[in-house]
Design a protein around this ligand. Sequence first.
Ligand code: ZN
Length: 66
Amino acid sequence: MSTSNSTSENSIGSIKKEHISGPHWEPPTIPNATTYWRCTSCQRESTCEQDLHRERFHAPSCEVHQ
Ligand SMILES: [Zn+2]
C-alpha cells in the first residue's frame, strides 16, 4: 500500500451533491417499493445513497471523474 496517492478511491464525500438526485420513491404499485438515488450524469441508480458517494460506483464517462 502506497500512501503517496492522496486521492483515495475509497474516499467518501468527493462526489458533488449536484450529481446526486434523490431520494426517489418507486411507485407503490411495485411490490417491496423502496427509495433510491440516481446520478444525474451517468444515470446509475442505487438504493443506498452511500454508493453514489463512491467514485467507483459511477460510469467511467461520468462527470464525477472530471
Ligand atoms: Zn455518475
